[in-house]
Structures are given as structure tokens and as C-alpha cells.
Design a protein around this ligand. Structure first.
Ligand SMILES: [Zn+2]
Ligand SMILES: [Zn+2]
Length: 222
């Protein structure tokens, strides 16, 4: 049941969650915001499955079972938005449609991997909270590698490149040409007057903006 709810039900739960954040989850608003036809039948189905409850003022409330499902959908959607904005470099306005596609295909394990890659972000690009996953909770308790931008490394620290933020396309392409690419280990050897990283035997000077757009896996000091 949890993994195989219909897309229709998922869309309604998502709309209710989002509207509840603004305290405006009425039947009418749910119908206006969900990208599917919200028929009386559909609402009745969600109610009979114990996912939602509609009160006398026509306000829709998520019941615990519905909340649990909605939380997962919202988490996938907002992490997909972060992925699309931060890693793929799309504009916030364009991330929405793509995120809607992603939320249906991301498996639970992949979702947690993406969350970890992005450093367990707490907010989506629209500043709405991203529900926590197991990965976020265990990241707080355990010392695990985290992703930081290259300019946050200490001088002398080595780290493996995770991804480039693709907004600076031409410059970042140049990085690949210089041998800096995801999976490669680099060492920060100087921050001032310019950032210099060592990559294999080569020393490469980076503009601050470029250093800021290289994200690396940092292994926290013991
Ligand atoms: Zn968002
Ligand atoms: Zn996480």
C-alpha cells in the first residue's frame, strides 16, 4: 500500500500537505491546487482509506496514515527541486515541473542518497521545509562524510569531488578539462590571494566563485 498508492491519491495528499502548511486546506483549494481532477468519489476514497478527514467547514485534514504518505511524497518532491536547482543549475521557476516527475520515480533508497549528496538540506528552493529522512537523523548522530563547497575546506585538507553546481557552465567545463571532475580527490593548498587546489600532480588556481561551486565529500576530522 505505502509504495503503490495511485498517482491521483498521491497528488491529492501532496496538495493537502502543502495547503495545510498555510492553513488553507479547504476542499475547494485542494481541487484548485492538485493537478488531477478532484472528484467527490476521489475524496470519498481517501476518506474511506483513512488518509484524510473532511470537517463540517469543508476543511481537509491529513490523518496519521495520510500524513505519513504525504510526508514521503513532499520529501521526494522538495529534494528533487534542490537537486535540479543546485546540481543541474536550473532556475527555481523551471524546477517545479521536473520535480513533479521525479517525485514519482525516486525510490526510497535513492531519495536518501540524494539527500546525503546534497548535505541533508532543510529547505527547498522555495524555502519550504523538507521533511527529514532516516539519513538526516543518522547524519546528526554519526560522523559521516558530508558535502561542502571547496572553499569551506581547511588549507591542507583533501576531499573527493562530489559535483559542480552547473550555473557557471563554461567555467566548470574548463575544470573538467583541467582534470577536476566528480570522484577525483583534490587538496586545498592555499586560500589567499587565490584558491589553489592540487589535483594529482597539478596545482590549479581557482577564482573564489569557482571554488564555491565545486562540492566535495569532506571526511570530518576524528
Ligand atoms: Zn519548493
Ligand atoms: Zn538526509
Amino acid at each position: 500500500m505505502v509504495d503503490r498508492i495511485s498517482e491521483e491519491i498521491a497528488e491529492v495528499l501532496e496538495a493537502v500537505w502543502t495547503l495545510e502548511e498555510e492553513d488553507t486546506a479547504t476542499i475547494r483549494n485542494v481541487a484548485d491546487n492538485a493537478p488531477v481532477e478532484v472528484s467527490k468519489d476521489l475524496i470519498a476514497r481517501l476518506s474511506s482509506e483513512g488518509l484524510i478527514m473532511v470537517d463540517e467547514q469543508e476543511h481537509v485534514h491529513l490523518l496519521p496514515k495520510g500524513r505519513l504518505l504525504a510526508e514521503k511524497i513532499i520529501r521526494r518532491h522538495r529534494l528533487a527541486e534542490r537537486l535540479i536547482c543546485d546540481v543541474l543549475g536550473a532556475r527555481v521557476e523551471d524546477s517545479e515541473a521536473a520535480a513533479c516527475e521525479y517525485e514519482h520515480v525516486l525510490a526510497e533508497g535513492i531519495t536518501n542518497s540524494i539527500c546525503t549528496l546534497l548535505g541533508h538540506p532543510r529547505f527547498c528552493p522555495h524555502n519550504k521545509p523538507i521533511p527529514e529522512g532516516d539519513c538526516c537523523r543518522s547524519a546528526r548522530d554519526e560522523v559521516e562524510p558530508i558535502v561542502v563547497s571547496c572553499d569551506q575546506l581547511r588549507v591542507g585538507e583533501s576531499a573527493r569531488v562530489a559535483y559542480f553546481s552547473a550555473r557557471e557552465h563554461s567555467r566548470l567545463l574548463k575544470l573538467s578539462a583541467l582534470g577536476i571532475s566528480p570522484g577525483i580527490t583534490i587538496k586545498l593548498i592555499q586560500k589567499w590571494p587565490a584558491y589553489v587546489v592540487q589535483c594529482e600532480e597539478t596545482e590549479i588556481a581557482l577564482e573564489p566563485e569557482v571554488a564555491h561551486n565545486i562540492y566535495v565529500w569532506r571526511t570530518p576530522a576524528e
